[in-house]
Design a protein around this ligand. Structure first.
Ligand code: PMP
Length: 766
């Protein structure tokens, strides 16, 4: 076909061209290379069948008008035919078609460059401002034609909201459509109107080598509409490439305002207009997807628009509008609030004090199982187990602040707070766990546990579980394979012995002994024997009740009972690190060691005890405490402070009053059913394990090989974050989705998590 067209072009333009087909939605575009040496390449456009000549004439007149204006260099030049017209009419395979030719602009498309920053965003805004000013004297009857991309006409999406199957997608587009109809549409009609390019999308903007806008193409959606739509539409695409989208939105708007000043009312309409454009795009794509289900690209192409909608649909519009007004009025572009905080952070905090997420959460408030950021967005917290009875629980806050205002002293004085708390805590623990050491962190509690074990046994050697984690202090690190295995550390000290983690799904013996706990116990026997062979005793065995960084592992039934018997037989004590799973998290049992039907000699508690107020404990038997008491005085300055005890007691009270362990049980059942149903539909979920409000979903690339898929886990975590749900990833291969929300997590929260997780599993890249 290109041969025929080349002949046609020779006739019409007097030159021989070699044609190469380019992308095009409905019209056909070709790169035309003239045979004449040194002549620049051009673009030949063969319009879709049925295209009206007036429509091409509109674009040609607009381009000719702009070429004579101060933005002339930004737009292509229309090449005249030999007869002097801008286009020609012909027939291709018997069908009437219109052809025309334009100069080729330099640079690369924004879609190909794929990055965005505030300077570029401002430049794009500014160029559109200059373009619109240059279009002020231009007119054409077709500029008032009906057009689905005219933002004032966006109300058409309302009729299609029901197309979206996912409830969250439906609700987002529904709310934007509703707000458009009730408030934005009348506002847009009343705002200044102008002739607009109306399609500043990423495939229409050219950038030069210095990342500056150097060209704007495709004038086919030109329309007379509300002027603010121009920069709102271009910004919708700018944001898709921005690391800090709101900052880039402000920059683009500021750029436009500098070139072509906007009214306050227009600035106010900017953000809702941008959201409306995104809603129009995704609705249009959904309609096309249903028309062409065979084309998977249609689904993928909308991911960036959806991503923006999920992340920003509920940004507090008033706060944002104030920021946008400020960005437009300020003499220089105000710094990005996120970037400036990151700079401040980097001045004082080493880089191994990591932040979660590529785009960090700037949280300002918490309530129950929700966090709120500075833009007013609400996040469902399915990850944090420290705010055990819910973020900022009023009863805990009140108890702590009352105590702080009255007395906050230490364990050397006789205080009722310490007595009350020790009694309340030990009342919940099985006999003979009655001796309480109150400290400030679980790391410190594990340090105490180590000392207790040594005092009780006179031995030093410890047996630990592969991948275990017990804290960040030097002694706790020594018994934490998860940390000491790091290449910069020195590995296990000679008094620490690792046993394989009894992970029946992917542990060391899953292939050779599927479903069998025995080899893990034999490995423990061998370790105990090897310690004896060295002529040394065993101080103890420490194991998390449900190993968390090990991958949210549920220990096989009977494992701890058998392991404890062996360790005790070798003279050691048994330490249960119940930092992650205590206080009712598992639903059916109040303590993490209960499902294993054991009572440890020492239990270590931390994270949830004070609902975020520093409070941790090592609780042991009278016999072990007595042996320890023969040593030097035990004193930890803040340990057992009146305020921390008030926090601890308030947490126990709320757990009881709000019946949260029972809630954890029933919500846990809902999660269990839901996760298992998802695993049934998605082979990438290799195993679902957990209980109550403590879950791990093991992501694999091959079910048969159980190959860990950390990339998939990370992308799911990120996709959930975009949709304002917090979870984590963990495990030796970081491929396990980690879900352990505050205990207030209710059926509604669980249903939402399951519904979004289902959608994300369907739509995020495998
Ligand atoms: N033990 C376990 C099982 C833990 O998960 C943690 C913390 N993640 C700790 C101990 C140490 O707790 P902290 O950071 O409060 O000292």
């Amino acid at each position: 076909m290109t041969d025929g067209l080349a002949g046609l072009l020779r006739e019409r333009y007097g030159d021989a061209f070699r044609l190469q087909r380019l992308d095009g939605e409905l019209d056909e575009n070709f790169l035309a290379e003239p045979a004449r040496p040194g002549a620049p390449k051009t673009i030949f456009k063969l319009m879709r069948p049925g295209c009206a000549p007036e429509f091409v004439a509109l674009q040609i007149e607009a381009l000719n008008h702009l070429r004579r204006s101060p933005v002339g260099q930004l737009v292509p030049q229309v090449l005249p035919t030999l007869e002097g017209g801008g286009f020609f009419e012909t027939k291709v395979n018997g069908t009437p078609r219109i052809g025309w030719m334009i100069s080729r602009l330099p640079g690369v498309l924004l879609s190909a460059r794929g990055r965005m920053h505030a300077r570029l965003a401002q430049g794009i805004g500014e160029s559109f401002g200059r373009l619109d000013r240059a279009l002020e004297g231009f007119d054409h009857p077709l500029l008032s034609r009906p057009l689905k991309w005219d933002l004032r006409a966006a109300g058409w999406i309302q009729a299609h909201v029901g197309l979206f199957e996912d409830p969250q997608r439906r609700s987002i587009v529904g709310r934007i459509a509703e707000a458009f109809g009730s408030t934005l549409a009348p506002r847009l009609d009343a705002l200044p109107q102008a002739v607009l390019h109306n399609d500043g999308n990423d495939a229409n903007l050219f950038l030069d080598e210095d990342d500056r806008l150097c060209g704007i193409i495709d004038f086919g959606d030109m329309v007379r509409s509300a002027r603010i739509a121009e920069v709102a539409i271009a910004s919708a695409y700018v944001l898709m490439y921005a690391e800090d989208p709101l900052h880039c939105a402000a920059a683009a708007l500021r750029g436009y305002h500098l070139a072509h000043p906007l009214t306050e009312a227009e600035i106010e309409a900017f953000w809702p207009s941008l959201l409306t454009r995104l809603a129009v795009s995704v609705t249009n794509a959904e309609l096309s997807r249903r028309e062409h289900p065979e084309n998977p690209y249609l689904q993928v192409s909308m991911r960036p628009a959806w991503s923006l909608l999920f992340r920003f649909h509920d940004v507090d519009a008033d706060a944002l509008s104030a920021r946008l007004q400020e960005a437009c009025q300020a003499r220089t572009m105000p710094a990005s609030p996120v970037a400036s905080r990151l700079t401040r952070r980097s001045r004082h905090f080493a880089s191994n004090q990591r932040l979660s997420y590529h785009e960090p959460l700037l949280a300002v408030r918490g309530e129950r199982h929700f966090l709120f950021d500075r833009f007013g967005r609400r996040y469902l917290d399915a990850y944090n187990n420290v705010p055990h009875v819910g973020h900022a629980h009023p009863h805990v806050a009140e108890a702590v602040s009352r105590q702080l205002g009255q007395l906050n002293t230490n364990s050397r004085y006789l205080t009722d707070e310490m007595l009350d708390y020790a009694e309340a805590l030990s009342a919940r623990l099985p006999d003979p766990l009655s001796q309480v050491f109150l400290v400030n962190s679980a790391s410190e509690a594990n340090e105490v546990a180590l000392r207790l074990a040594r005092a009780a046994t006179g031995a030093k050697d410890m047996v630990v579980l592969e991948h275990g984690y017990h804290g960040c202090t030097t002694g706790a690190l020594d018994i934490s394979p998860y940390k000491y295995a790091h290449p910069t550390l020195h590995g296990a000290p000679d008094w620490v012995h690792e046993v394989p983690q009894p992970d029946l799904y992917r542990g060391r013996f899953w292939r050779s002994h599927p479903g069998d706990t025995a080899p893990y116990l034999s490995a423990l026997d061998q370790i105990l024997e090897s310690i004896a062979a060295l002529g040394r005793g065993v101080a103890g065995f420490i194991c998390e009740c449900l190993p968390s960084v090990g991958g949210q592992i549920v220990l096989p039934p009977g494992y701890l009972r058998s392991a404890y018997a062996r360790v005790r037989g070798a003279g050691g004590v048994c330490i249960a690190d119940d930092v992650q799973t205590g206080l009712g998290r598992l639903g059916g049992s109040f303590w993490g060691f209960e499902p294993q039907e054991v009572v440890p000699d020492i239990v270590v508690l931390g994270k949830p005890l004070g609902n975020g107020y520093p409070l941790a404990a090592a609780v042991t038997t009278p016999a072990i405490a007595e042996a320890f008491a023969e040593g030097p005085e035990f004193f930890s300055t803040f340990g057992g402070s009146s305020a921390s005890c008030a926090a601890g007691r308030a947490v126990l009270e709320v757990l009881k009053r709000e019946d949260l362990p029972a809630r954890a049980k029933s919500v846990g059942q809902q999660l269990s059913d839901g996760f298992r149903a998802l695993a049934g539909a998605h082979p990438s979920i290799g195993e679902v394990r957990g209980m109550g409000l403590f879950w791990g979903l093991e992501m694999v690339s091959s079910r048969a090989e159980r190959t860990p898929d950390a990339a998939r886990a990370a992308s799911l975590k990120r996709a959930l974050y975009e949709r304002h749900i917090l979870i984590g990833t963990d495990g030796p291969d970081d491929n396990v989705l980690k879900i352990r929300p505050p205990m207030t997590f209710d059926h509604e929260a669980a249903a939402h998590l399951l519904s979004v997780l289902s959608d994300v599993l369907d739509t995020s890249a495998p």
